[in-house]
Ligand binder design. Structure first.
Ligand SMILES: *Cc1c(COP(=O)(O)O)cnc(C)c1O
Length: 344
């Protein structure tokens, strides 16, 4: 432990969830909890969200999904969308996880495992709407849905959702993606799927564009108070940062103080000289990030044991740091290692 602390304000998190629910009124909210709830820690984040009425959780990998099941209880819906091997499919079905399916081979393996267990796997079929990351290609969609319907009729799976992921980079591209998505939903219904949920939007589109909300929005960043790089400010969105990172001053020099937090703790060294951080007497430049320590511009009467706020609180936000090095705020958060204590 370095003395650095990531302070997680669960009241701010709860207020962000309320802001999201107001904004997307009518649609349900899936809280995305990948990367240990964007570095905030699923152990406290998931129960807090359950207490605030969140029913859906989006865990990328099966391991996180199973952990979330333990934290959220039997009634929550937990969605995992990483394509995995048969052992993990079995573990997911045992934990009653909903599976996102972006290719037909995965669908067939889920059906096989489910048949072997006497289970009924709930699947959400993913249409590739242009990102080409994962997803069933539009030209293969009808045949894939037909296969899924065959497995539905034999009682081993249930197609409960159609979903996709969009870039949220340009409205025009997102509109094209939405047309493809609507076409895929129409085909699924035409072939007899009784869909429970259609989901397409993440934070940015779910806030900005009502027509992208459908039945369910998958929100990560905004729930943690992380605005989009280059996007609207937190106060315009009605959210606030949940996490703040503090580091302790270990020594004081004429021009700079040293703090016990460095690149080995996950603070990117390329932040050196590019941002300011919060000190007891206002903002000072972050002069250098070394492996286990960093230096910050000194202030009058600085003392060892003082605290510097790297982001959050009245200092800069994680997204401000991200923007200074051409990345997103999430990246700043998820890089922080377990060396940094979490305080709730
Ligand atoms: C990460 C992720 C989200 C959440 O995105 P935010 O911009 O953080 O809200 C939603 N859907 C998928 C598939 C994701 O990978």
């Amino acid at each position: 432990m370095t003395g650095a602390v990531l302070h997680v304000d669960l009241d701010a998190f709860a207020a962000n969830l309320a802001a999201i629910e107001r904004r997307v009124a009518g649609a349900q909210t899936m809280l995305v909890i990948k990367d240990d709830a964007y570095g905030h820690g699923i152990t406290r984040i998931v129960p807090t969200a359950v207490g605030r009425g969140i029913h859906w959780f989006g865990a990328f990998d099966v391991r996180t999904a199973i952990a979330a099941r333990g934290l959220a209880g039997p009634d929550a819906r937990i969605f995992s969308w990483l394509t995995v091997g048969d052992d993990e499919i079995r573990a997911a079905l045992e934990a009653d996880i909903d599976l996102g399916v972006g290719d037909v081979d995965f669908l067939e393996r889920i059906a096989d495992v489910s048949r072997g267990m006497g289970a009924v796997a709930r699947v959400h079929l993913k249409i590739d709407t242009g990102l080409h990351r994962n997803g069933i290609r539009p030209e293969e969609w009808r045949a894939a849905v037909a296969r899924a319907r065959t497995h539905e009729q034999s009682g081993v799976i249930r197609v409960v959702g159609v979903w996709s992921h969009i870039a949220e980079a340009s409205d025009a591209e997102d509109d094209t993606a939405r047309e493809i998505f609507d076409g895929a939903v129409a085909v699924a219904r035409d072939l007899g799927c009784l869909l429970e949920v259609r989901h397409l939007a993440a934070s940015a589109a779910s806030f900005a564009r009502s027509e992208f909300r459908y039945d369910l929005v998958r929100v990560g960043a905004f729930a943690y108070g992380v605005r989009s790089a280059g996007g609207p400010a937190e106060n315009e969105l009605g959210i606030r940062p949940v996490a703040s990172l503090t580091a302790t001053v270990t020594s004081v020099g004429a021009d700079a103080v040293r703090v016990a937090l460095g690149s080995l703790d996950g603070l990117p060294s390329i932040l050196s000289g590019r941002v300011s951080v919060g000190t007891p007497t206002g903002h000072r430049p972050l002069l250098a990030v070394e492996s286990t320590q960093s230096s910050v511009g000194s202030w009058p009467e600085a003392l060892a044991g003082d605290e510097v706020t790297i982001f959050g609180g009245a200092a800069v936000s994680a997204t401000d740091l991200g923007e200074a090095i051409d990345t997103v705020g999430e990246e700043i958060l998820v890089r922080l290692t377990k060396n940094i204590a979490r305080s709730y």
